[in-house]
Ligand binder design. Sequence first.
Ligand code: GUN
Length: 295
Amino acid sequence: MTATIIDGKLAAKNLRAQLTESVAKLKADKGVVPGLAVVLVGDDPASKSYVTAKEKACAEIGIYSDDNRLPENSSEEELIGLIQKLNQDSQIHGILVQLPLPRHIDENKVIMAIDPDKDVDGFHPVNVGRMNIGQPCFLPCTPHGIIHLLKINNIETKGKHAVVIGRSNIVGKPVAALLARKAEGGNATVTLCHTATKNLADFTRQADILVVASGRPNTVTADMVKPGAAVIDVGVNRVEDSSYEKGYRLVGDVDFEAVKDVAGWITPVPGGVGPMTITMLLYNTVQSATMKAQC
Ligand code: GUN
């Protein structure tokens, strides 16, 4: 069997076309241009490239992006001061602070400083709480993107066994919560595996849907996958490769070449989950601006 390759780029393109129309309509009907403030502290190359991609995506669909770059040695107070200013700025509907932050800055304090109504990452405890009790909120971008990819590929979740590897606040825990909730795209029986899980393969082999967010290449090999399963690879790892111009290539957390011959569906890296993460950020920003325009 060869898996259907889930095309995240195409899914993102289609959703971004719809968002472009929503942005144009918001501007024409209400005179509102959605605004996203992007905040990057320091020079981490991967974070820089993510932030650049997010700003480019904003420009492509007509969202105004406000670029805020702070030096690595900025203080927590400076960063929180900037966030407070952005909270008050009526042209800004979403605030994104790229993570990870330098070690001397308390990530939790920074996230807590963002107005929950501008928290388009869905990281503020108010939004995490709302999501977990089924109230309207900004859904975290990568988990929301994964649920969307399952939906448009007609991959049933109801009554299925979903196994998630990784318990991060950004991906593992929220995607497990979304898959378990009593709602469309949920209703799965969910197992959350992590670094202390014994005999990981015993769990992954039971998965109808396997979401891998371990941050480690080859976490999932072909012998760990149930034939026909949907395998969603969230990993983005740089592997040295001198045959590439940049000196590295990107791989996920799944042994793609081998697993594609066992799985029913699989997301590639790059071109799978990644484009959806950015698209859901745009989605949340448009949602925020739309809500503001209705007030
Ligand atoms: N770092 C890695 N993923 C993300 C994300 O989705 N949002 C933010 N703000 N930082 C990240």
